[in-house]
Design a protein around this ligand. Structure first.
Ligand code: LLP
Length: 386
């Protein structure tokens, strides 16, 4: 197959989902479509019964097309357009995660026009600074997301005066690629405090949405191909105080799909610089922007080992930008023109962030995995890919 292309291991995806469902028995999980919107992948996730966390009108329509039920779709984002709000209302989604006071009024206005009542959850910015790249922290005061603690009562007042929206939940999301679980412990404790503060005022909250953010192991994708969901949920079991009428939601993206994708690329040239060697490959930042944008490090391995000696390379793409580099000073078996490489752990925020900069052709897609079994409502269906 022509490189570069994304190669998805659907078997690993299924095993990850099985594990997640087992560990998340008491919770509702919405998959964050933004992490990977490949149709095959999304259909599998929908068949496992997860809901969908969408951030655009198009994601809502896509989720429905992939089989997510409308009553398991939540709609987040700070800049929902009137048209997108209409799409959500016309499809009777479960809930809007609302990020500003003005947005409450706009949703109510559009809902009134369409004569449709809807549920809202308030996204609250808990002011928690997490250990992750600064571009993917979302829960500190200066971030644009959510409303601050001191706006909560005002928001509730607005909801009370709006007849087409009702408050059902609270929503939080503190960032992405979080591997230090201590951050989630702080979140749980903050949520306890905020929930208590609101309920003491006689307002009953039905669901608490703790967002996503669980990180994956980019350094050891073979050893840790499935994230430790047990440990993650245990943090909330231990630190989150809920009442029997509360349901607890999560919106996981990366941890579900991150490890099931590789980007396959071919070495085009080996070039000697003054002090280093470059392996120039046919994939670039247009195919995987994470290293250029977040200085992310993805493991790179040769598709076929030849047991050659180890050399050091900067593995770079063909785009006219110095940031178009996958990894620097990287020790790998000696490379030559024509060698194929696997860039690991690109199932999340890989293909979805592809661009056509330099008028590049978009990468292809390949699926592998053994016979996949899906339970459907009527029968047990087998889907055989490849
Ligand atoms: N919920 C909300 C409100 C979010 O903003 C996100 C991700 C998620 C859930 C899912 O988070 P996850 O479980 O995937 O961490 N492009 C960046 C990541 C951006 C994350 C955006 N929001 C990257 O490549 O690292």
């Amino acid at each position: 197959m022509k490189t570069p292309y994304y190669s998805y291991n659907l078997n690993l995806l299924e095993r990850t989902l099985q594990d997640l469902i087992f560990e998340a028995k008491n919770y509702k999980i919405h998959y964050a479509i933004k992490a990977n919107n490949d149709i095959q992948i999304n259909k599998i996730i929908a068949k496992f019964g997860l809901g969908a966390d969408c951030v655009s009108g198009n994601e809502i329509l896509h989720a429905l097309k992939c089989g997510f039920s409308n009553n398991k779709i939540v709609f987040a984002g700070i800049g929902k357009s009137d048209e997108e709000i209409e799409i959500a209302l016309n499809n009777n989604i479960a809930c809007f995660n609302v990020e500003s006071l003005q947005e409450l009024k706009v949703i109510n206005y559009v809902a009134k026009r369409l004569n449709k009542k809807t549920s809202v959850a308030l996204r609250i910015n808990p002011n928690i600074n997490v250990d992750t790249h600064q571009y993917i922290k979302t829960g500190i005061n200066e971030n644009k997301f959510g409303i601050s603690f001191n706006q909560i009562l005002k928001a509730i007042e607005i909801i009370d005066s709006c007849h087409f929206i009702s408050l059902t939940g609270l929503h939080f999301h503190i960032g992405s690629q979080i591997t230090n679980l201590r951050n989630f412990e702080y979140l749980a404790k903050k949520v306890n405090f905020i929930l208590n503060y609101i309920e003491e005022k006689g307002i009953k909250i039905k669901h608490i949405n703790l967002g996503g953010g669980l990180g994956i192991d980019y350094d050891s994708p073979y050893e840790n191909s499935i994230p430790n969901f047990k440990k993650y949920f245990n943090v909330f079991k231990k630190h989150l105080t809920t009442k029997p009428y509360h349901t607890v939601h999560f919106e996981l993206g990366r941890s579900i799909v991150g490890q099931c994708g590789d980007l396959i690329t071919t070495v085009l040239y080996i070039k000697k610089g003054i002090s280093k060697k470059f392996a120039i490959v046919d994939a670039g930042m247009t195919d995987l922007i994470r290293p250029a944008l977040y200085q992310a490090k993805h493991l790179v391995v040769k598709c076929k080992t030849e047991f050659n000696e180890i050399e050091k390379y900067d593995i770079v793409g063909p785009i006219c930008e110095s940031s178009d580099k996958f990894i620097s000073n990287y020790s790998i078996e000696k490379l030559k023109r024509g060698d194929q490489l696997k860039i690991k752990s690109v199932g999340a925020y890989g293909q979805v962030m592809v661009s056509e900069y330099n008028l590049r052709t978009k990468p292809g897609v390949f699926y592998h995995g053994e016979k996949l079994h899906f339970e459907t409502r009527n029968s047990t269906k087998k889907l055989i890919l490849n």
